[in-house]
Ligand binder design. Structure first.
Ligand code: NDP
Ligand code: 2IT
Length: 451
């Protein structure tokens, strides 16, 4: 269990009950503590939050699904994984959030992701409820037909719980456009309906939206731009490092480069590539997206770069750092190293990539810090735009969708800034995101009565 946070004394009993109910889920409880800390600051302005077990009702998922996923390997043997979908909140709209296929997926991982998603989705202002799902399936080393059969079996169980106005999954780690295609194909076959709005992240030819693929990374760069603008700074001319080499990382690199930054590092589960002249993004896309290989192969294209096996990018001097791989990938020591090397901005593309202690180091050092639930909201925001296009049977241009994404990110940033300012902590985006998100969901849950 985590150390108890500093809380208004009336919140301690609530925390005790939340801990008792979720004692095995440490990552979920970390999020709960961070939200409670922020609630504690805002409570004097919101005494109604203590009524009717409101806080506990926001913290408790509406429904949690755990299911067996049997599938057949290419060698004919039958395999089995555990699938999850946690439908956390429908107060603001249909459950919305990604699916993760990775061997590290547990109930705790899905629970914390679904819980974060509640506040993230509220911050977008786009009428989105929240959920998250996935499986402890490892796609690495599996043939495309094995991954397809897994997706089909996963959807054979999950389909009965989904719907364009009920629950709308998307991708996350290990689930990209390819997997969304197989999931969507199986859904449509089972229900015998073309219901494009049941999944987002679809391909452009079959109901997808322009910019959804790029959205999380582009949105992260737009959010960082807005953060720096507060300090009369810009991304142009900065040196940046990004972790990960997946969907979020690649399009973060792309937009940072387009905005005039030099991105000198990215990583995957095998280590970090450091290219002081600036990354060759085409080479990374070819290695990671097309060939699904290790970043080590980058040296075949750029022999002057360095590959650091088993290392993260955080020891490389930079102005701005963007953790875009996974949870807990940047700890207190990494944060101290970044600060000592002069980092001025850290914005989270991944969900919960910086540990609680690392965030403390950044805030204490005056580094501009953008928490994931705000900074990476561009992905789900563009999913909401995809849902709108599906509902209206229309398709917007790349430029229109990108401009809307940028507006949403500026608005998310403003909501967080305003909430922090009101509470006397100007610029504290952690507090601002938590309070602005919680306030919106709590208001809706209160209005809906005992549901
Ligand atoms: P991808 O599967 O496309 O990429 C994940 C990247 O992170 C890969 O480079 C992978 O390395 C690396 N990685 C994953 N797990 C680990 C691990 N345990 N240790 C080290 N490296 C790891 O996923 P996404 O880019 O979609 O997601 C990245 C993060 O962004 C996640 O936290 C996700 O929740 C978050 N996010 C995603 C959104 C989206 O729209 N996709 C939206 C908002 C947040 P390797 O290639 O070696 O496997
Ligand atoms: O963490 C996230 O916000 C996502 N994986 C995207 C969710 C979505 O529904 O687009």
């Amino acid at each position: 269990m985590n150390d108890a946070p500093q809380l208004d004394e009336r919140l301690h009993e609530i925390r005790e009950r939340v801990v008792a109910r979720n004692v095995a889920d440490s990552a979920y409880l970390r999020v709960a503590d961070e939200i409670l800390e922020s609630i504690s600051v805002a409570l004097p302005r919101h005494p109604e939050w203590l009524e009717d077990q409101l806080i506990e009702r926001v913290f408790e998922p509406e429904r949690q699904l755990v299911f067996r996923v049997p599938w057949t390997a290419d060698d004919g043997t039958i395999r089995m994984n555990r699938g999850y979908r946690i439908q956390h909140s429908s107060a603001l709209g249909p459950y919305k959030g990604g699916l993760r296929f990775h061997p590290t997926v547990t109930h705790d991982v899905v629970a914390f992701l679904a819980f974060e998603q509640v506040f993230k989705n509220a911050l977008t202002g786009l009428s989105l409820g929240a959920g998250k799902g996935g499986a402890d399936f490892d796609p690495k080393g599996r043939s495309p037909t094995e991954v397809m059969r897994f997706c089909q079996s996963f959807m054979t169980e999950l389909h009965r719980h989904l719907g364009a106005t009920t629950d709308v999954p998307a991708g996350d780690i290990g689930v990209g456009e390819r997997e969304i295609g197989w999931l969507y194909g199986q859904y449509a076959r089972i229900v015998n309906r073309v219901e494009a709005g049941v999944l987002t992240g679809k391909g452009l030819d079959w109901g997808g939206s322009h910019v959804r693929k790029e959205a999380t990374g582009f949105g992260l760069a737009y959010f960082a731009e807005a953060m720096l603008a507060e300090r009369d700074e810009a991304l142009e001319g900065t040196t940046c490092v990004v972790s990960g080499a997946g969907n979020v990382a690649r399009y973060t690199v792309a937009k940072l480069q387009a905005l005039g930054a030099k991105v000198v590092a990215c990583s995957d589960s095998g280590g970090t590539v450091h290219d002081p002249d600036g990354l060759d993004l085409d080479a990374i896309v070819e290695i990671k997206e097309v060939r699904r290989a290790s970043l080590e192969e980058y040296l075949q294209v750029r022999p002057e770069a360095e590959h650091m096996p088993a290392a993260t990018p955080w020891s490389i001097p930079c102005d701005a750092a963007f953790p875009c791989a996974t949870q807990d990938e940047l700890d207190e020591e990494d944060a101290r190293t970044l600060v000592a090397n002069g980092v001025r901005l850290v914005a989270e593309g991944a969900n919960l990539p910086c540990t609680h202690a690392a965030i403390g180091v950044f805030l204490e050092a005056g580094v501009a810090f953008g928490p994931g639930k705000a900074a990476n909201a561009g992905g789900v925001a563009t999913s909401a735009l995809e849902m709108r296009q599906n509902a209206g049977r229309t398709a917007w241009s790349f430029e229109t969708t990108d401009a809307r994404l940028r507006d949403v990110m500026v608005e998310v940033h403003r909501r967080c800034m305003d909430a922090a300012e009101e509470l006397g902590r100007p610029g504290d985006l952690v507090l601002g995101a938590n309070v602005a998100g919680f306030r919106t969901v709590a208001r809706a849950v209160r209005a809906l009565g005992a549901v």
